[in-house]
Design a protein around this ligand. Structure first.
Ligand code: GTP
Ligand code: MG
Length: 196
């Protein structure tokens, strides 16, 4: 599935601009700079098909990648980026919420959280809101190369606790674009949801 040629299709700013919902799709959500675009590159084994940056706020639109003729990957702009003007942020938040709620072909939402940081209020709100709306989502704990194994496990346990309080039981996958930890597991998860 992941060996098929990936191709950039389009950038959308709202649901109406997304391509026809002809294939299942997986999207990547989370705060700015957590590594959503890097994760797409890691899964596709490409250096730079999705543009990344060490400056938060790189991805500004919903970028569509078509993988062979099988599914779409959608790189979403990050939230919580203070430098984007408030009005713009609100407009964005609204478009992304619409997309997440109403895109019929959305098969899986991968919510990326930096493993070093406690989930923010926005992350927790996101978990809750996904669960309330019965959306299929999983949590990816990115940049696992940056801290010790012990700390990674602690972080995973902390996220599991937060989710459990909301009665949510979903996969929580540590991942690193550097060591490639988690890449096979995330691929398996995507295959499962796309082919279900
Ligand atoms: P926005 O588009 O701004 O929302 O950010 P993003 O979530 O797409 O993050 P991006 O993939 O651009 O990565 C942000 C920075 O983190 C870049 O400098 C990446 O090289 C770095 N990065 C991403 N994933 C990892 C990882 O697993 N390990 C390490 N060490 N660095 C990573
Ligand atoms: Mg990005």
């Amino acid at each position: 599935m992941f060996n098929a040629q990936p191709k950039f299709i389009t950038s959308a700013t709202k649901l109406e601009e997304c391509p026809p919902a002809s294939l299942p799709e997986v999207c990547f959500a989370g705060r700015s700079n957590v590594g959503k675009s890097s994760l797409i590159n890691a899964l596709l084994n490409k250096k730079n098909i999705a543009r990344t940056s060490n400056v938060p706020g790189k991805t500004q639109q919903m970028n569509y990648y078509k993988i062979g003729n099988e599914f779409f990957m959608v790189d979403l702009p990050g939230y919580g980026y203070a430098k984007v003007p408030k009005k713009e942020r609100e407009r964005w938040g609204k478009s992304i919420r619409n997309y997440l709620l109403d895109r019929e072909s959305l098969s899986l939402i991968l919510h990326v959280v930096d493993v070093r940081h406690e989930p923010s209020q926005l992350d927790e709100d996101f978990f809750y809101w996904m669960a309330m709306n019965e959306k299929p989502f999983s949590v990816v704990l990115s940049k696992s190369d940056k801290i010790s194994r012990n700390k990674v496990n602690q972080s995973k346990a902390r996220v599991r606790r937060i989710l459990k309080e909301m009665n949510i039981e979903i996969p929580i996958l540590p991942y690193s674009s550097d060591s490639r930890e988690g890449v096979p597991e995330i691929k398996d998860l995507i295959s499962e949801f796309v082919n279900h």
